[in-house]
Design a protein around this ligand. Structure first.
Ligand SMILES: [Zn+2]
Length: 369
């Protein structure tokens, strides 16, 4: 590799690192601009770093605004607090063993369990909230959870947060597109064509000028946000002199700590309908058909919160809990089919199977409620 190519490779690497965020392993992120439907990004939850997982923001132009969503990580049950670690991993911590403590963005729950949250503010908030929950009666915990769930499932508020992030960062993202083309396109071509020389220096000066403008735009966009953006002026200085920071200047503005992150299902209307519906079905199955579920079981508190939300949004039960087309008994959680004489799904921890007839009956009963 020539010096120029090495420099280019190092620069690409620096840029990609700048696009990485350490997020809660169960976090969701929506990326989009003002008018389009937003795309969903997820962290690589198989990779656990500091009790969280890395998430790659949308890196190629057009540069997009980003906003976080978070499923309910903490669900109070009768004897224990159920904690969602990743999409598929949960732990239950007995109430008398629960000792929440925040350390930066990490929340320690007991001697063994810790969890990364989006920000130190979030970790503090949840440490305090869980301490409060611990002192309550089961009934009070249930209503405290339902209140929290209701607040996080507000589609209008979630859409407003997203569009506000997009509007606030519009000029930063526009200039980032120009910077991207200039950095990775124009300068590379000029260098390749002319080698070291005055013209490359001139192109680099233009880059520096663009970065100064970006720095000024950043200061303008974050005026009055000193509390949410730590070291704001230092960051502005970095944007002025480091291209990778200038390219990603909008991220810090979009992802400024919000104390109430929406549940991903609150993005109804913001993300594509089919993706939303698929997520709604999955969240419902996980909340409703918990391990050991049987047909006589009452709704779990999580399922109750989701059902209330679906009713508010006028979504029929057949949409989020569609009947199976199979002639065989089916596991309502994982949709696996079984032979007639089997009654529970062992891979879902003993969820009672549904025969096609029972499913239809349950479906019509649900609809008539
Ligand atoms: Zn199953």
């Amino acid at each position: 590799m020539t010096d120029g190519q090495t420099l280019f490779a190092v620069f690409v690497l620096l840029y990609l690192i700048e696009c990485l965020r350490l997020a809660p392993s169960a976090a969701w992120m929506a990326a989009g601009a003002e008018k389009s439907r937003w795309a969903v990004l997820r962290p690589w939850s198989r990779l656990q770093i500091a009790s969280g997982s890395p998430l790659l923001l949308s890196a190629l132009p057009p540069h997009l605004a980003h906003t976080f969503g978070l499923p309910w990580l903490f669900v109070p049950e009768l004897e224990a607090l159920r904690v969602r670690l990743t999409d598929s991993q949960y732990v239950s911590i007995a109430w008398d063993k629960l000792a929440p403590q925040a350390e930066e963005s990490t929340l320690h729950l007991d001697a063994a369990t810790r969890l990364r949250l989006n920000s130190p503010v979030q970790a503090q908030l949840w440490a305090q909230r869980l301490i409060d929950w611990r002192e309550l009666t089961p009934e009070q915990r249930r209503s405290a959870f339902l209140k929290h769930a209701h607040a996080t499932l507000a589609p209008q508020a979630a859409a407003k947060t997203a569009t506000r992030a997009a509007e606030r960062t519009k000029s930063l993202r526009l200039l980032a597109n120009i910077l991207f083309v200039w950095c990775f396109g124009v300068i590379s071509v000029i260098y390749h064509r002319f080698g070291d020389g005055f013209i490359v220096l001139a192109a680099a000066s233009v880059l520096l000028l663009l970065q100064f403008i970006q720095s000024w735009l950043f200061l303008r966009a974050t005026r009055g946000m000193q509390l949410g953006i730590p070291h704001r002026r230092w960051r502005a200085l970095g944007i002025a002199f480091m291209p990778q920071l200038a390219l990603r200047a909008a991220d810090a503005v979009c992802l400024v700590g919000d104390d109430q992150l929406p549940h991903p299902l609150a993005w109804r209307g913001l993300i594509k309908d089919d993706i939303w519906l698929e997520s709604a079905r999955r969240f419902w199955r996980e909340a409703r058909y918990t391990p050991g579920w049987s047909q006589n079981e009452a709704l779990s508190v999580e399922a109750e919160a989701l059902q209330a939300f679906f009713r508010r949004e006028n979504i029929a039960a057949t949409k989020y809990d569609p009947p199976s087309a199979s002639k065989l008994p089916v596991c309502p959680r994982c949709s696996a089919e079984f032979q007639i004489n089997i009654t529970t799904c062992t891979s879902c921890g003993g969820v009672e199977l549904r025969s096609p007839a029972a499913w239809c009956a349950a479906g019509s009963a649900r609809n008539s409620v």
